[in-house]
Write a protein that binds this ligand. Structure first.
Ligand code: IVH
Length: 666
C-alpha cells in the first residue's frame, strides 16, 4: 500500500463505514452530518483523481449505477420459504402442540419472537465479507436481481464488519417507515404522480426500480432476520445468530425476544401489540421461531413453510360498506368462486371494491344478502374478505344470494362432489377454465412469456388462434401482426419470447401446466427428485410419495394428470415442436436407460411413438433410426416385420412393450 492517496482512501472507507453504521444501524451518531459530508466529499475527490482505487465496497459506490434494461433472474441456492399464519392464542398453542408431537417431547421449547415487518423479503450475498449480489424473494425459488438497488440502502453494509469466509446469504425485510412514507407521498403528489397506497407498496415500488438512482432517493430501511443456511454460521440458536449478524454490522430489530416457553411468547405478543402504534413503522404481526437450530432441523419444512415458525398476525383492519352484487368467477380448475362487489371503501389505507366469498358455504353461513351493509377486513397481504352482515342496518329490501346452477361462462350444469366445499364446472371444454389455464401457462407464475399476458391470451383464445398450450408454440407471425392492437414488431417480439421459452426449467414448466396441488414449490421438489419430465410422467403414486414434501393429494393429482391420454398427446405435440423442459438434477448416468439405444417397431399397445421416444430420452436412453450396430434394444409391438427379423439376425435384445415399461422402474 505504497500510495498515500490509496492509504487515505482506505482510511476514509473505514471512517465513513463506521459513521454510517452508527447513524443508520445503531441510531447513535457521534459526528455531525456536516462532518460526515466533508469526509464523503474528500473521498469523492480522491476517487475522481485516482479512479484506479475505486473499490466495489467504497461508500461512494452506493449510487451511480446505470439503469437496467430489465431485471435478471436469480435462483436462490436455498429456497426462500414463507410462513404459516396464526391469528389467535389458540393457534399459537396448537402450533406448540404440533411441535411437541413432532419432536416427541414434553419439556418446554425455547422460542425467539420477532416483529413481522410488512415489507419485501430480500436475500443479500456476501462473499468473504463483501456484498456481491442481492435479489428479491420472488416466488421463493427464483427472484429478481436487485444488487444495484440494494446497494443504495445505507443501512445495508457493503462490507461486513468482520470478514466471514466464503458465502453468507443474509435474508431480511426491506421496508419504509411511516415518516419516510408520508414524505415520499408528499413528493409524489407534488410531482403530479399517484401516491402509494401504503408503506409496503411504496417499499416494493421503490426497490423494483430499473434505475437505482430512483431507489437511492427513496427512504428505504432494512432489518435482517436470518440466513439461508444457519448451520454454516456455527451458531446454535436463532437468538445467537441474530447477535452474530448484529456484530457483522447488519441491522437487527431490537424488539427481538428470547422466550423460555410458550407463556413468555404470549407475553411478548401483548407487549409488541402495545408498542405497535408507537414503532414508527408498520408490522403486521409477530414471528415465533423455535430457537434451537437442531430442533429446527428435526422439524424441517412442508412445501411452503417451515414447521418451526409461525407468523402470528395482528387482528385485521376492518371497515363497513354495501354489498352491491355477487359475481361468480370460474377459476383455472373450474372452481366457482363467489366474489362480493362492494361499494368502494378504504380499509386500512387500501381501497377495496371486491372481496372473495370463498365458496357458497361461506356466504350461507354468514347469512349474507344482496344490499346488505357488511363488515370487510384486510389482514396484511391477505385478500380482503367479507366478515359478516350488519343485520341491524337492514331495511327489508335485501335479497338472497343465489348460487347459479349452471356455469356462468359455458352454461354446463355445475356440480359439487361429496365432501368438497367447492362447486365446480366439470366441462373440460369450458372457455373460462381453458383461457385461465392458458393465461396461467404464459403468466409470471408459469413460463413468464413476455407479451402474452392475460389480456392478449384471452384475445387469441377468443379468436380461436390459441386453443391449447401447443398452439402457443406454433403461432404465425403474419397472422398475429394483422390482429387488432398488434403489429409487425409486437408479433416478432412475442415469437421471439416464445422461442426463448422452449427449454424452460423443468420445475417452472410443471408449475405452468397448472396441475392441481402442484404449485411452484411442489414443482421444484419434483424437478429435484426426478430430474426429467419423462420420469415424472411415468412416476407411480408410491414413487411420488417418496418425495419429501409431496402428500397424498398432490401425488394423486399428478398421477391422474399424467395418465390422461390428452395430456400425453399434448406433451408429445409440444416435443414435436421442440419444446422440451431442461432436465436438471440427476446426471444422465444415474438414469435407468443410460447407455442403451432403442428402436420401436410394430404397433404398440399403450404408447404412441412420440410418447415412447420421450420416455427413452427422459430416462437417459437414446433412439436409433434403423437396426444398426448402435442399437441395444428393439421394442417389438404387434405385426412387427422386417426390423424384427433383422434385429434377431444381428442378435439384438428384443423386448415387449411391457418389458420396456418395466425397465423405467428398475
Ligand atoms: S422468517 C422460513 N422473520 O414474512 C422463514 N420473515 O410470510 C421465512 N417477514 O417472506 C421468513 N418479518 O417477507 C421471517 N422476522 C421475520 C419476518 C419475516 C417479516 C416476512 C418475510 C417472509 C414473510 C413470510
Amino acid at each position: 500500500m505504497s500510495s498515500p492517496a490509496l492509504h487515505r482512501i482506505l482510511e476514509l472507507h473505514r471512517l465513513l463505514r463506521e459513521h454510517a453504521h452508527r447513524y443508520y444501524v445503531l441510531d447513535d451518531p457521534t459526528i455531525a452530518d456536516g462532518e460526515y459530508d466533508r469526509l464523503f466529499a474528500e473521498l469523492l475527490d480522491l476517487e475522481a483523481r485516482h479512479p484506479e482505487y475505486i473499490r466495489p465496497d467504497s461508500p461512494s459506490q452506493r449510487v451511480g449505477a446505470p439503469p437496467l434494461e430489465k431485471f435478471a433472474q436469480v435462483d436462490h441456492r436455498i429456497p426462500m420459504l414463507s410462513l404459516e399464519n396464526g391469528f389467535s392464542a389458540e393457534d399459537l398453542l396448537a402450533f406448540e402442540e404440533r411441535l411437541a408431537r413432532f419432536l416427541n417431547r414434553t419439556t418446554p421449547v425455547s422460542y425467539v419472537t420477532e416483529p413481522k415487518l410488512d415489507g419485501l423479503a430480500v436475500e443479500i450475498l456476501y462473499k468473504d465479507g463483501l456484498m456481491i449480489q442481492a435479489s428479491t424473494r420472488g416466488d421463493g425459488i427464483t427472484g429478481e436481481e436487485i444488487s444495484a438497488q440494494i446497494r443504495t440502502i445505507q443501512a445495508i453494509p457493503l462490507r461486513l464488519r468482520k470478514a466471514v469466509e466464503g458465502i453468507l446469504e443474509v435474508r431480511g425485510e426491506v421496508f419504509m417507515d411511516g415518516e419516510g412514507f408520508l414524505r415520499l407521498n408528499e413528493e409524489q403528489t407534488r410531482a403530479g404522480r399517484p401516491p402509494f397506497a401504503n408503506p409496503r407498496n411504496a417499499a416494493a415500488g421503490s426497490l423494483r426500480q430499473l434505475d437505482p438512482a430512483i431507489t437511492a432517493s427513496r427512504p428505504l430501511k432494512f432489518y435482517t432476520y436470518g440466513v439461508s443456511d444457519p448451520a454454516a454460521t456455527g451458531c446454535a440458536t436463532q437468538f445467537e445468530l441474530l447477535g452474530h449478524l448484529r456484530e457483522l454490522g447488519l441491522p437487527v430489530n431490537d424488539l427481538v425476544r428470547r422466550c423460555a416457553n410458550i407463556q413468555e411468547v404470549l407475553t411478548s405478543f401483548s407487549d409488541l401489540q402495545a408498542q405497535r402504534l408507537s414503532l414508527g413503522y408498520e408490522i403486521d404481526g409477530m414471528v415465533v421461531k423455535v430457537d434451537a437450530f437442531d430442533l429446527q432441523d428435526r422439524l424441517g419444512a412442508k412445501a411452503r413453510a417451515p414447521r418451526w415458525a409461525l407468523a402470528w398476525k395482528f387482528p385485521a383492519t376492518q371497515a363497513t360498506t354495501k354489498l352491491l352484487d355477487v359475481e361468480f368467477q370460474v377459476g383455472r380448475t373450474g372452481a366457482i368462486t363467489p366474489v362480493a362487489i362492494l361499494s368502494p371503501v378504504s380499509v386500512g389505507g387500501v381501497i377495496v371494491s371486491r372481496a372473495t366469498l370463498h365458496n357458497q358455504d361461506e356466504f350461507r353461513r354468514k347469512g349474507l344478502r344482496l344490499g346488505d351493509t357488511v363488515l370487510v377486513q384486510r389482514a396484511g397481504d391477505v385478500i380482503p374478505e367479507v366478515v359478516k352482515p350488519i343485520t341491524e342496518a337492514r331495511n327489508g329490501r335485501e335479497t338472497p344470494i343465489v348460487m347459479p346452477e349452471r356455469c356462468p361462462v359455458c352454461a354446463h350444469p355445475l356440480d359439487r362432489p361429496d365432501g368438497e366445499a367447492v362447486t365446480r364446472c366439470f366441462n373440460p371444454l369450458c372457455q373460462a377454465q381453458r383461457t385461465r389455464a392458458l393465461a396461467h401457462f404464459t403468466s409470471k407464475a408459469g413460463l413468464d412469456i413476455e407479451g402474452l399476458g392475460k389480456k392478449f391470451m384471452e384475445q387469441l383464445f377468443d379468436l380461436g388462434i390459441i386453443k391449447d398450450l401447443v398452439d402457443i408454440f406454433a403461432l404465425d407471425r403474419e397472422k398475429l401482426a394483422r390482429l387488432e392492437g398488434w403489429g409487425e414488431k409486437s408479433a416478432a417480439n412475442v415469437l421471439a419470447a416464445v422461442e426463448a421459452k422452449k427449454h424452460p426449467a423443468l420445475g417452472r414448466f410443471l408449475a405452468a401446466l397448472g396441475i392441481r396441488f402442484v404449485g411452484e414449490v411442489t414443482a421444484s421438489l419434483l424437478e429435484d427428485h426426478f430430474g426429467t419430465l419423462a420420469r415424472i410422467v411415468s412416476a407411480t403414486r408410491e414413487e411420488l410419495l417418496e418425495v419429501d414434501g409431496i402428500g397424498e393429494q398432490a401425488a394423486a393429482s399428478i398421477v391422474e394428470y399424467f395418465s390422461d391420454p390428452a395430456t400425453l398427446d399434448m406433451l408429445a405435440r409440444l416435443q414435436r415442436l421442440g419444446v422440451e423442459p431442461a432436465a436438471k438434477g440427476s446426471p444422465a448416468k444415474d438414469l435407468p436407460l443410460f447407455g442403451l439405444t432403442f428402436l420401436f417397431t410394430g404397433t404398440l399397445k399403450t404408447l404412441s411413438r412420440d410418447e415412447a421416444k420421450m420416455l427413452v430420452k427422459g430416462h437417459g436412453g437414446q433412439i436409433a433410426q434403423t437396426v444398426s450396430s448402435k442399437l441395444t434394444h428393439l421394442v417389438a409391438g404387434e405385426k412387427a416385420g422386417s426390423k424384427l427379423k433383422k434385429a434377431a439376425e444381428l442378435g439384438k435384445t428384443i423386448i415387449s412393450e411391457e418389458t420396456f415399461l418395466r425397465m423405467l422402474h428398475p
